[in-house]
Write a protein that binds this ligand. Structure first.
Ligand SMILES: [Zn+2]
Length: 216
């Protein structure tokens, strides 16, 4: 048994651990077994991890350096804003190793606010890059975190606790909806879930003493 095959992974050089930590967490988030993760990491990165290392990383007992797009669902205005954006204009995507949170919009300020909020809740020092996509004809912000993805990939009702945490959280959530108003109203006509969401928004707005016109 070589050093890298045993123990808790601390025998691996730090940059190696850094390199495979995120993929391990992401693969686990996709429901792969430790054995499958082990094989995938070996194949893609030529690194053999023990199942105990994988288990510790997946269960959050042990992180290679502390934080790596780590996410804890602490109620903050930034999280409320991101929730609002994802329920509105934003998109969640899973492909390959990546769990992505994407916003593509024409309004640069909106992209900037999303970028800033996303970076804050994922403990990044700098906001995410805002790039112009010729193809989409929009500003695009793209972040990646399996933990945040899993948190956000739920029914909107499960977010109430975060949205209603305090006035600032509620305000940030509503602002996200104002910011993405255009495309929301289009989607809101489509489903009952969306209609319920719209009613919920109206309740929040009423609580904040803001007049609203009636919804469909
Ligand atoms: Zn709050």
């Amino acid at each position: 048994m070589t050093a890298s095959q045993c123990g808790n992974g601390n025998y691996l050089p730090l940059d190696t651990r850094m390199q495979v930590y995120a993929p391990v967490r992401e693969l686990a988030g996709l429901g792969l077994s430790y054995r499958q993760i082990q094989d995938a990491v070996l194949k893609a990165h030529q690194v053999r991890l023990s199942k105990s290392t994988i288990s510790m990383w997946v269960n959050g007992l042990h992180e290679p350096t502390g934080r790596l797009n780590s996410f804890r669902p602490n109620p903050t205005p930034e999280l409320a804003y991101v929730i609002g954006v994802i329920l509105g204009d934003g998109n969640l995507n899973i492909h390959g190793y990546n769990a992505e949170l994407i916003l593509a919009v024409t309004d640069h300020d909106f992209a900037e606010e999303f970028s800033r909020s996303l970076a804050k809740i994922l403990h990044r020092e700098r906001p995410y890059k805002i790039r112009w996509s010729e193809r989409k004809n929009r500003w695009v912000v793209q972040g990646s975190s399996i933990l945040l993805y899993k948190f956000l990939n739920c029914d909107w009702k499960s977010f109430k606790k975060w949205v209603e945490h305090c006035d600032r959280c509620r305000g940030a959530f509503l602002r996200a909806f104002y910011d993405s108003e255009g495309s929301i109203s289009r989607r809101l006509v489509v489903s009952n879930t969306r209609r319920e969401l719209l009613r919920y928004l109206q309740t929040l707005l009423k609580q904040a003493n803001i007049e609203t016109t009636s919804c469909a």
